[in-house]
Design a protein around this ligand. Structure first.
Ligand SMILES: [Fe+2]
Length: 196
């Protein structure tokens, strides 16, 4: 027998409020520099920033649709512009413990979708109206490569889950750095220590 959400979810209309929020709104997540330990190449600079103003790097506004099997939750992620040691602001990135696909729809700003399957890395340029498709088995991270907020809508199977440790253990294959031409993907380097 299928398992349904308890209490059951009724058919519903969900509205974009601007490009930052879903209404009605479910859980909201705020990720600050202090939440991104071990992800940027310059861990020393990240730790220094986290010990200071500890700025918000990104927010995630979810709809009320629960992360349960057979449901199809949605969220809007907004990444603020900025760099840490030349590396663009980014999400933590995750792998789906239950390998299932996902789509991202660009809403505002200029960003990218970095994917890594443990061997190969792929990059999709994202902007308003672009759908990035994440096939099963590819870890995924979003990066803001512009100078304004980058927002996108995610739609994903409710049973997919979020394995953040996988990215800490395996990296994402490349790092996305600021360059004279805008951005460039460079070889992955392990983070510096916060003392180094
Ligand atoms: Fe995902």
């Amino acid at each position: 027998m299928p398992t349904y959400a308890v209490p059951p979810i009724d058919p519903m209309s969900i509205r974009l409020e601007g490009t930052d929020r879903l209404v009605p709104e479910g859980p909201v997540l705020t990720r600050r520099l202090s939440d991104l330990e071990g992800l940027f190449a310059r861990e020393d600079l990240r730790a220094a920033g986290a010990a200071g103003e500890d700025p918000i790097v990104y927010t995630v506004s979810s709809s009320p649709v629960p992360e349960l099997p057979r449901e199809l939750p949605q969220s809007i992620t907004t990444i603020r512009p900025g760099t840490i040691g030349g590396e663009f602001h980014m999400t933590k990135g995750h792998q789906h413990p239950d390998p299932q696909g996902e789509i991202y729809l660009g809403l505002r700003g200029v960003g990218g979708l970095l994917m890594f399957d443990g061997q190969d890395t792929r990059w999709i340029d994202m902007s308003e109206g672009v759908i990035g498709y994440i096939p099963p088995g590819w870890a995924h991270r979003s990066v803001n490569v512009g100078d304004e907020d980058y927002s996108f809508l995610a739609v994903y199977p409710g049973s997919a889950g979020h394995d953040y440790q996988w990215v800490l253990d395996h990296g994402m294959g490349r790092r996305v750095m600021s360059s004279a031409g805008g951005h460039e993907l460079v070889a992955y380097t392990a983070p510096t220590t916060s003392q180094g």
